[in-house]
Design a protein around this ligand. Structure first.
Ligand code: ZN
Length: 144
């Protein structure tokens, strides 16, 4: 294949999620809509925007919140599946997810890029990141 055109997210002081396999930037933590999602590997986040992902085949999946049309999303650099994108939802109450991304937390690393005080910023970011383990309310199990 030809050369990859990777988007590099400029440092804003926000946590940036990177592919754990190849370090490619995928999303800002500030674009997280909800941290209360689950996928088959565990924690997952609903995101407004992601970069450096390719769409896979459209697929109908029954999840705990009903039938959804989704496509898997792949890291453009290494091809790892990092989550999926919602294309349609049967249940009206679930349609806020359409056009949004479900990021598999197990497939990414979080880091603050370009922060002046890396240690402090990383500590704050990772403690905030783990705090919401007890608040799992919504579950979107990918049941295949
Ligand atoms: Zn990757």
């Amino acid at each position: 294949m030809g050369r990859l055109l990777l988007v590099s997210l400029p440092p804003t002081g926000a946590v940036i999620y990177r592919c754990k396999h190849c370090d490619t930037h995928l999303a800002y933590a500030t674009d997280i809509i909800s941290r209360m999602f689950r996928c088959k590997h565990g924690k997952a986040y609903l995101l407004d925007k992601m970069v450096n992902v390719n769409d896979g085949e459209k697929d109908e999946r029954m999840m705990t919140t009903g039938m959804h049309t989704v496509c898997d999303i792949f890291c453009v650099a290494c091809g790892s599946i990092v989550g999926w994108k919602y294309l349609a939802a049967v249940d009206k109450a679930q349609r806020y997810k359409v056009g949004k991304f479900l990021l598999d937390r197990a497939e990414v690393l979080a880091a603050v890029v370009g922060a002046a005080h890396t240690h402090a910023a990383t500590a704050t970011a990772s403690s905030g990141d783990e705090d919401d383990d007890d608040n799992q309310q919504q579950s979107d199990d990918d049941s295949d």
